[in-house]
Design a protein around this ligand. Structure first.
Ligand code: HEC
Ligand code: HEC
Length: 303
C-alpha cells in the first residue's frame, strides 16, 4: 500500500490530471486488497482542480461494438425526435439545448457529467443515477416519456456520455460546465418581447414556434413547464452564453434576462404531477408553479 501511495504521489507531481488518474488506476491493480480504492485516493488528494473542457477527438472513439454504441448514442442526441418518436413529445432534439452534441463550453456540455452521478437532486429529493437524469430531460425538456433503462437506446446514450467524460476525474467540476448564472435577477417581459422581435424571431419565429433556422421556444412543440429551461434564471443564463446563435455573446445580462422573462411567460405544455416536485419544500425561487411541499412548509412556519 505504501509503495503504491508514494509512487502515485510522484506520478501525480509530474503528470497532467487526466494522465494522473490513469496512472492511479493502473497502480491500483497491484495494491493490497484492503487498500482504499484508487479513485477515492485520487479524489481526496486532488479535489477542486477544474480541468478545461477537452472535447475528445473522434479518432479516440474505440473500434468495434463500443465505438458503434458511442456513435449511435451521439446520433440519438442530435436526431432525437426522428430516432425516438415514441419518447419525444415536441419538436426538439437534445442538442438544441446541449449544442454541438453536448461539447460546447457554456452550453450545458455533457463532458464530465458521467462522473458526477449518482447524485442527490433536490427536485426529486433522491439520489439519481445518470439514466434518471437523462429521463428527466426526456420527460420535461422533450415533453416526452422516459426511455426504458434496459434498452439499446439508453445504453448507447450512456456510452456516448461516458466517452465524453473519459479522462475527467470523478465528480470534478469542468470549466464551462453547466450554465453561469447571471448577476441580474429580474427582467421585464415587455422589453423582452421587443427584443425577441428584433434578435430572435428571425430564427425562432414571431410566435416562438420555431422555423427551419431555430427550434420552438414556446407553444405546444416546445419544452414543458417542468423543464429546467422553463425557469427564468436557467433560460437567461443559457441565452446569454448561447444566443443569438449566430452572434453569441452580444446580449447584455439584462437583455438576456428580459428576453428569458418573456419566453418563460409564454404558454407551453403542462407537466402533470409537477406539484410533487421538490418534496422537501425547497424549490428554487424561479420555479413557475406551486409545489405541495413548499405550501405545507409555508403553512407550518409561524409568521
Ligand atoms: C429545452 C432544453 C433542453 C433539452 C431539449 C434537453 N435538455 Fe438536458 N438539460 C437542460 C438543462 C437546462 C439542464 C440543466 C439544468 C437543470 O437541470 O435545471 C440539463 C441537464 C442535463 C443533464 C445533466 C447535465 C449536468 O451537467 O449535470 C443531462 C445528462 C441531460 N440534460 C441530458 C439530456 C438529454 C439526453 C436530452 C435529450 C433526451 C436533453 N438533455 C434535452 C435542458 C435541456
Ligand atoms: C441564427 C438563428 C438564431 C437566432 C437569431 C437565435 N437563435 Fe436560439 N437557437 C437557434 C438554434 C439553431 C438553436 C439550437 C441550438 C443548436 O442546435 O445548436 C437555438 C436554441 C435556443 C434555445 C434552446 C432550445 C429551445 O428551442 O428552447 C433557446 C431558449 C433559444 N434558442 C433562445 C433564443 C433567444 C432568446 C434568441 C434571441 C436573443 C435566440 N434564441 C436567437 C437559432 C437561433
Amino acid at each position: 500500500m505504501a509503495t503504491v501511495t508514494s509512487r502515485s504521489r510522484s506520478l501525480a507531481a509530474s503528470l497532467p490530471a487526466a494522465l494522473t488518474i490513469a496512472a492511479l488506476a493502473a497502480a491500483a491493480c497491484d495494491r493490497a486488497p484492503d487498500a482504499p480504492p484508487a479513485a477515492v485516493a485520487a479524489r481526496d488528494s486532488a479535489p477542486a482542480a477544474a480541468p478545461t473542457l477537452a472535447v475528445p477527438h473522434d479518432s479516440t472513439i474505440p473500434e468495434g461494438d463500443l465505438g458503434i454504441s458511442i456513435r449511435r448514442g451521439r446520433a440519438l442526441l442530435t436526431h432525437t425526435r426522428d430516432s425516438l418518436p415514441r419518447f419525444v413529445g415536441n419538436a426538439l432534439t437534445c442538442s438544441n439545448c446541449h449544442p454541438d452534441a453536448g461539447t460546447r463550453a457554456g452550453g450545458l456540455p455533457y463532458i464530465g457529467v458521467y462522473g458526477r452521478f449518482p447524485q442527490f437532486r433536490s427536485r426529486s429529493a433522491r439520489v439519481q443515477v445518470i439514466e434518471d437524469r437523462i429521463d428527466d430531460c426526456f420527460v420535461r425538456s422533450m415533453n416526452g416519456r422516459a426511455l426504458p433503462r434496459e434498452g439499446r437506446d439508453m445504453y448507447d446514450i450512456v456510452a456516448y456520455l461516458s466517452f465524453l467524460s473519459r479522462g475527467v476525474p470523478g465528480n470534478a467540476r469542468v470549466e464551462g460546465q453547466g450554465l453561469t448564472m447571471l448577476s441580474v435577477t429580474s427582467g421585464d417581459t415587455a422589453r423582452g418581447a421587443t427584443l425577441f422581435g428584433i434578435e430572435c424571431a428571425r430564427c425562432h419565429g414571431a410566435n416562438g414556434d420555431g422555423t427551419a433556422a431555430g427550434p420552438p421556444v414556446w407553444g405546444p412543440r416546445s419544452f414543458n413547464v417542468g423543464a429546467g429551461m422553463a425557469r427564468v434564471r436557467t433560460a437567461a443564463a443559457f441565452i446569454k452564453a448561447n444566443m443569438p446563435n449566430d452572434r453569441r455573446g452580444t446580449l447584455t445580462e439584462q437583455q438576456a434576462f428580459d428576453v428569458a422573462a418573456y419566453i418563460t411567460s409564454r404558454p407551453r405544455p403542462d407537466l402533470p404531477g409537477k406539484e410533487h416536485d421538490w418534496p422537501r419544500g425547497d424549490p428554487p425561487p424561479d420555479v413557475a408553479y406551486p409545489t405541495l411541499a413548499a405550501a405545507r412548509k409555508a403553512a407550518a412556519t409561524p409568521r
